[in-house]
Design a protein around this ligand. Structure first.
Ligand code: ZN
Ligand code: ZN
Ligand code: FE
Length: 755
């Protein structure tokens, strides 16, 4: 050894990011063994600390592997390598966690069961068919964590004492279950039980067999999942799907479908390489795909898309082993707008009468965590609902947001809590108008402050005085900074992309409170984090009946027809004029003429509502944003024509509306009209961006707002902007819809504090 001493170097390495609870220390240990290095690794404040000594060449390989061979779930934000003095350290070891005081590391999201565990489930004697099998690479995390640091005693696994075998694995460095906090087996872990008619089944084999039998017969079953209950039935059984819809008291919204495997799924939907990656990732989100073979129309309601996902809990695999059907509807176990149920007793009360059977298990879900929803647009994954598998990963910012709480929007609420320069976005909370959801919102805000050791001092909120999230902020007794809705949308996109220069922000959504008291939502602004200037916007449209237009798009159709034709509305053969009750139609028409209860809106969503209604694609909406979804779904591919519009500070689509009516009279199909309309909105947006660039010299464009969930519009506009030499920024891990609003609020609030 002595002759090599001059070749021995020492390094001190700090790794930051999501590196705890994901098998990172055992990985470092194995790597050090492989290269014959000495030293230690320990969990520390905000990450992992490593001291290594060894030959220079081996050290270089070690550092490289650290970055590139890290466990799949870990997220390395930063590796800081410093030269250190060799101390002649002994064999490489894993040290106890260093004290973390007020600091916290990141909390891993829940992870789908890994292939190794699925194998173990067949082979390990104490885990044969064990449905709660997990290891350092997989299993529940966020949903069972009560407090920090992440340790079994602080999870809902606490009541389960490890058996000797599990403890051995837990303590053995070379074992895949070394320090896997939820480690368990048939002898010591949680178990399922099933309640059906008057019997209770606890033997897993019987339970799976019974469940499969019931499902094949068309039953609807409530089953406890990772972050909440699901309602489940055969996706190919029309009656079962119809019954499930009745139970949920939800007429319209498409259901998510879990497929046996990717091969089966590909028979039902088109799957690109990026979509396949998303489907098979450990996050296992619901991915919105283009369907090719429709399931029962009760599932996707004749939209051309399918929300699909793959098994992610061991029990899903066990079910599909026995099931004949290739696909299960697996939808959030809640009624209407209530949050997804997590409590066994509440599930029993809610579902025992309604569902045919109830399957629970005896481990508590602590943090409610619904399935996440993503869509791939321009080959990039876009999160629409950010929950299981994504929360509570922070967004790292280049400025401090410490002690700021952003209350978010009212519908599709997520809030955001700032610590240092990290923004912790909450999991999907939901519609705050629902009492239970509001309680979930308040409770989760308290939990995040405790979990991440930060006390909110300032609250950022929307300008809308009636949003329950705004009221929450105003009643908090803390300093409140109110942020305009669309400024927050754009700031959210900027923050996600770490942009610091001013951008051209294009924010399209249904509704957002404007600074002039009108409703905004077709907005072109020049902004940075601190302030914005509204540069151009869609022409204001009266909303006859105010909020009622969201459920009755035909009102928007009528409103736009009146704007386009005034009192000289020609006698046209439009479904809207024929199908709506003439008495009601006349009343609304009079209200429009007199301007009674007709607030003004520039919302893009409202414009899409109007066109969906005029073309007869959707007169009444059964769920949020149904009309724009139907309009997108109807698009005929390969149509490149556009309609006329007025390119001005107040952009008018009235020429387009008149041309649409003309097309309808000549019998052009709704699909072509839908395509031409989308093309028009994209072209308008491009022209407006060009106008703004001429005046300001800014060539960076940020796109945000719920309307950009529209794949056709997003892809077309992004392409047009790129072709015209704009740099385009879009969302990916943060929703473009109101679920991403809180990130923008926190960014704007922070930058207004500094100035
Ligand atoms: Zn595993
Ligand atoms: Zn055990
Ligand atoms: Fe919005």
């Amino acid at each position: 050894m002595n002759q090599n001493i001059e070749n021995i170097i020492a390094l001190h390495i700090r790794v930051e990011g999501l590196v705890q609870g994901v098998g990172f220390r055992p990985f470092v240990y194995r790597l050090a063994q492989q290269y014959g290095l000495h030293g230690w690794v320990a969990n520390t404040t905000g990450g992992v600390s490593i001291k290594v000594e060894g030959l220079m060449g081996h050290m270089a390989c070690f550092v490289e592997d650290l970055r590139y061979k890290a466990p799949a779930v870990s997220v390395i934000e930063e590796i800081a390598v410093q030269n250190d003095i060799p101390e002649g350290l002994g064999e490489f070891s894993i040290m106890d966690s260093l004290d973390m005081s007020d600091e916290t590391s990141e909390i891993s999201p829940d992870i789908s069961v890994c292939p190794d565990c699925l194998e173990d489930m067949k082979r390990q004697p104490h885990r044969i068919g064990y449905p709660f099998i997990n290891c350092t690479n997989c299993g529940p995390r966020f949903s069972i964590i009560k407090d920090f640091p992440y340790d079994r005693a602080k999870t809902t696994m606490a009541p389960f004492e490890m058996c000797t075998k599990c403890r051995e694995e837990y303590s053995e460095i070379s074992d895949r279950r070394f320090h896997a906090q939820p480690v368990a087996c048939n002898n010591c872990g949680p178990h399922y039980s099933m309640h059906h008619a008057n019997e209770t089944l606890t033997d897993l084999n019987d339970l799976i067999k019974k469940t499969c039998g019931l499902i094949e017969k068309g039953a609807v079953i409530a089953i406890k999942g990772m972050g909440g209950f699901h309602l489940m039935c055969d996706a190919l059984n029309q009656q079962a799907v119809a019954r499930l819809r009745k139970i949920k008291i939800r007429e319209g919204k498409p259901f998510a479908v879990m497929f046996r495997d990717i091969t089966t799924l590909k028979k039902y939907a088109e799957v690109t390489a990026v979509e396949e990656q998303a489907l098979e990732s450990w996050r296992r989100p619901v991915v919105i795909l283009k369907s090719i073979m429709p399931l029962d129309s009760g599932v996707s309601l004749d939209l051309d898309t399918l929300g699909a996902f793959l098994p992610y809990m061991p029990v899903h695999y066990l079910l599909f082993e026995k099931l004949h059907t290739p696909a299960l509807v697996l939808t959030s176990g809640n009624l209407s707008d209530e949050p997804i149920l997590i409590d066994n007793r509440a599930a029993k009360e809610t579902f025992s009468e309604k569902a045919d059977a109830l399957i629970t298990y005896n481990r508590e879900i602590y943090n409610r965590n619904d399935d996440s929803v993503v869509r791939v647009i321009t080959d990039k994954e876009r999160v629409f609902r950010r929950s299981r598998g994504y929360a509570p990963a922070p967004v790292r910012l280049n400025f401090r947001v410490d002690g700021i709480l952003a209350a978010g929007a009212e519908l599709s609420n997520c809030f955001c809590l700032g610590k240092d320069s990290r923004a912790y976005m909450s999991q999907h909370i939901g519609d705050l108008k629902n009492q239970e959801t509001y309680e979930f919102f308040e409770e989760t805000i308290k939990r995040y402050q405790q979990l991440f050791r930060v006390k909110a001092r300032i609250v950022a909120a929307d300008l809308h005085p009636d949003y329950l999230s705004t009221r929450f902020a105003l009643q908090s007794g803390l300093q409140v900074i109110q942020v305009q809705h669309h400024h927050a949308h754009i700031a959210s996109c900027m923050a996600e992309n770490s942009i610091h220069e001013p951008v051209i922000g294009i924010a399209f959504d249904g509704t957002g409170y404007g600074t002039n008291g009108h409703i905004w939502g077709g907005e072109f602004m020049v902004c940075d984090y601190a302030r914005f200037e509204r540069f151009a916007h869609f022409e204001y449209m009266p909303l006859p009946g105010g909020d009622r237009v969201a459920k009755e798009p035909w009102r928007m159709g009528l409103s736009l027809l009146r704007m386009a034709y005034g009192q000289n509305l020609p006698d046209m053969n439009l479904p809207l004029l024929k199908q709506v009750d003439p008495g009601i139609l006349k009343k609304v028409d009079e209200a429009l003429a007199k301007g009674i209860n007709c607030p003004l809106s520039s919302g893009a969503g409202r414009l899409f509502d109007a066109v969906a209604a005029i073309t007869g694609l959707c007169l009444n909406a059964r769920f949020h944003a149904e009309a724009p979804m139907r309009l997108e779904s109807a698009i005929r591919q390969g149509v490149s024509d556009i309609y006329d519009f007025v390119d001005a500070r107040e952009i008018s689509f009235l020429p387009a509306i008149r041309q649409i009516c003309g097309d309808l009279q000549t019998g052009l199909d709704a699909g072509s009209i839908a395509a031409k309309f989308h093309n028009t909105v994209a072209e308008t947006s491009l022209q407006t961006a060009i106008n703004i660039r001429k005046e300001t010299g800014i060539d960076k464009v940020a796109l945000s707002g719920g309307t950009f969930q529209n794949k056709y519009l997003s892809e077309l506009l992004e392409r047009k902007l790129l072709l015209n030499n704009f740099t385009v920024y879009t969302h990916s891990r943060v929703p473009c819809n109101d679920g991403g609003l809180a990130l923008g609020q926190i960014a704007v609030a922070a930058n207004n504090l500094i100035i």
